[in-house]
Write a new protein. Structure first.
Length: 351
């Protein structure tokens, strides 16, 4: 198939991976556009790393099809295209640098022919000017991560895959390096897929993200769309604290009205409950304050810049944020909504 601009960078159709037992990746459908930074978010055992390895060519599909830039590279009755012919760079969690080679030699390993000028250019791009002759063993973790990125760029790949590349770094360095990495990818319009279990990291870098669990892709979309309107409790919980409040319909159609432990609500979408994020709740000292429902504080966790507060309002357990030290355990307070509408979700976790 000819490579047309309209072709996606990655197209997965019912893609599965098995090691002889149950599928560890189950019938995944996914489309990643050119230049997109796509994040696979999930906990250990979700199948996200196995899916990344299948895209790279390190694992073969047991079912379905994988296309890269319009070309079928696995499935559909074809012999899998080997990793070295997919024009895909990979940055591993442990960086996978050669300890017996210096920095420049590590970069040259990814090139067809050693080019000192190209090596200097790549080192400058990742902020490591003059590091070409340094031994890898003398580098910090952050410097090794940048060398791994430069080595992936040395191959002039159409796409780079990242397997939790920042997980071994301290928080401040992690933020700095992921910001630098995203800037390089965007400047060069390189398609990228990241694997992570860290939702804050996913939100910070993703153009689109996919939530995975038990080998299945639960939902894909922009970070904002998934956070605001997850399909069910499992996706909602994967993306942050939330409260799921049962509702009883009192109206129908768009902007349907319903009753709940939070009082009368206007809702959007479908489902047997509404999703409430902590920032959508306000806590008042007076349980009888206007537009509030009475609640009791059941748990307070100090988070530095705020307290995470769990409250009981009727039969609903709510999670909110409050200024540090403002809520006492056992206090009776009022809880009000800061928004006019709430999205509906299915209260049960996904399959």
């Amino acid at each position: 198939m000819s490579e047309a601009v309209s072709e996606a960078a990655i197209t997965l159709r019912r893609a599965s991976v098995s090691y002889g037992g149950p599928d560890v990746v189950r019938a995944v459908d996914l489309r990643v556009e050119r230049g997109e930074i796509h994040v696979l978010l999930g906990q250990s055992g979700s199948g996200k790393t196995t899916l990344l390895r299948a895209i790279a060519g390190f694992e073969a599909l047991s079912g379905g099809e994988l296309q890269l830039f319009g070309e079928t590279v696995d499935g559909a009755g074809k012999r899998p295209v080997p990793p070295e012919r997919r024009q895909v760079g990979v940055v591993f969690q442990d960086y996978a640098l050669f300890p017996h080679l210096d920095v420049g030699e590590n970069l040259a390993f990814g090139m067809r022919a050693r080019d000192p000028g190209r090596i200097d250019e790549l080192l400058a791009a990742v902020g490591l000017e003059g590091y070409g002759r340094r031994p890898v063993s003398a580098l910090s973790g952050g410097e090794q991560q940048r060398v791994a990125l430069a080595r992936a760029l040395a191959q002039s790949p159409r796409m780079i895959l990242f397997d939790e590349p920042f997980s071994n770094l301290n928080p401040s360095l992690r933020r700095s390096l992921r910001r630098q990495t995203v800037e390089i990818l965007r400047e060069r319009a390189i398609t990228a897929v990241f694997v992570t279990h860290d939702r804050d990291e996913a939100f910070a870098i993703a153009t689109k993200l996919s939530v995975m669990a038990r080998g299945a892709l639960l939902q894909s979309g922009t970070p904002h769309a998934l956070y605001a309107a997850p399909r069910d409790l499992e996706v909602a919980s994967a993306l942050g604290d939330c409260s799921i409040v049962a509702v009883t319909d009192t109206g129908a159609g768009a902007g349907a009205r319903c009753d709940s432990a939070l009082g009368a609500l206007t809702t959007t979408g479908t489902g047997d409950a509404v999703l409430v994020r902590p920032e959508q709740l306000a806590i008042e000292d007076d349980a009888a304050a206007p537009e509030c429902v009475p609640a009791m504080v059941e748990r307070v966790e100090y988070c530095g810049d705020c307290d995470r507060v769990e409250l009981r309002a009727g039969d609903a357990l709510l999670v909110a944020r409050a200024p540090a030290g403002s809520c006492a355990l056992g206090a009776r307070v009022g809880v009000a909504l800061r928004v006019r509408e709430l999205p509906r979700v299915n209260a049960q976790r996904g399959a």
